[in-house]
Design a protein around this ligand. Sequence first.
Ligand code: SF4
Ligand SMILES: [Zn+2]
Length: 368
Amino acid sequence: MSDPPPNSEVSEQDRGVDTHNQMMRETRREKHDQYSLHEPIEVCIDKDNTPDGVVSSLSIILNTGGCRLARADGCTICGPVADSVDDDGVSHDALMNQIDFCIKYEQTVTNEPAELVKLHTPGSFLDEREVSVKSRQAIAETFADRNRIIVESLPEFVNTNTLRPFTAASLTTDIAIGVETATDRIRHDCLNKQLNFTDFQDACGEVCCIDAMTSENIDIGIKACLLLKPPFLSESEAIGDMVESVRRCAHIDGCHTVSINPAYVQQHTMTDELFHRGGYRPPWLWSITEVLESTRNVDAIVVSDLIEDDSDRGPHNCGECDERVQIAIEDFNRRQEPSVFTQVECECEATWAYILDAESSYAQPLTQ
Ligand code: SF4
Ligand SMILES: [Zn+2]
């Protein structure tokens, strides 16, 4: 019999920043939208760069009721923080209905089942409070015929037991961990995310042990998910933090992919409040290309997944060159070839360079 799910209040005790927590609770109360628990938050067909090359992927955001950090307070950039449901969570039947919905969707858009399945949640797929052992088992069996699966989780849930359904199904598995940055102070104070870089390192160590114990045909690996430009950092500080974070994550055994997620201003977040008061600008696209070029020699796949949205809530340049730079980033994601960035130019690069020089964290942003 498995252990009961850990009590959230105990795990959250003394781990937050009081002012951040109070503001996050107030922000969450402003959200009243309700979602069906029998349909995923999102599903789409995608392409991803993996250790096996670029493959087709079925990308799913399951509605699991919200993460345990979100229920107490939550991260300053997290939109799903406002989507958490009551403490009963989402039932096994509802979760399996969501999976059925995704498979039917896939069958309507393609004849070939995707090689990779990406299972994101507004929290941790491996947290028993969000996805029960029974559901995890059933989902692993459902996708056992695929080549690879990625599940998203906080590092504390990465262990032999939680991953057993995937190893038992001989499914090559990656755990996507939203470590956001290698700098604890930025993660704690700018993001209100109360985990430490050592937690991420421990999870990488854990997968290396599991990998060594399982058969040669199954690989267990880690995908580090980083956040470019948390609130309260200037553009140049954000770039410096990201370059350092990519290098530190890529250096750890077990971490084969680093994904740089440029910040997107989601509704009902602290970042949204700052954005509307002129206190935050999402990163320039030039900052993404700068980080990708600066980290081209690391021993890992480095990608930057852009959200399809041309509003100023997402990463952007002047508007004239955005599409060309986005195409170059997507090209880099597939081929890992930094020379793609030499083919895009725009006058706004000079403005961006000036901002890197002149902006400081106590007087920013200089432009929207
Ligand atoms: S960013 Fe992740 S850990 Fe933070 S509140 Fe959102 S789902 Fe939870
Ligand atoms: Zn431009």
